[in-house]
Design a protein around this ligand. Structure first.
Ligand SMILES: [Zn+2]
Length: 110
């Protein structure tokens, strides 16, 4: 019970790993709408995973080779904040898995 244990619940950002309320995932930095909960799925990576962004222009993608492994970094198109990475092993028709840092997201429940 969040209301009863209000003082002891973990920060909201980390609850996003297990939360299943339908809603819109927005950028924690500026409120830009990034992902719909309908696109969310369980990747068992411990991170929220999405098969597609909310809109085609919600995200920007950039090559990331910082760890010596080429990856595609995804950023918020509005504030340029780092969100996570996109991998080509998703379950959807586009075959994409957007693996997003919980600290970058807020959930607006509906
Ligand atoms: Zn943003």
């Amino acid at each position: 019970m969040v209301l009863r244990d209000g003082a002891s619940v973990p920060p909201f950002s980390s609850e996003l790993v297990v939360v299943e309320q339908p809603g819109t995932y927005v950028c924690a930095g500026g409120g830009a709408e990034l992902f719909d909960s309908d696109a969310r799925y369980e990747s068992e990576s411990g991170w929220p995973a999405f098969s597609a962004p909310m809109t085609d222009d919600a995200l920007t993608e950039e090559a990331d080779t910082r760890d010596g492994v080429p990856r595609i970094e995804v950023r918020c198109a509005r504030c340029d904040g780092h969100l996570g990475h996109v991998f080509p092993d998703g379950p959807g028709p586009d075959g994409l898995r957007y693996c997003v840092n919980t600290a970058a997201l807020d959930l607006e429940e509906r």
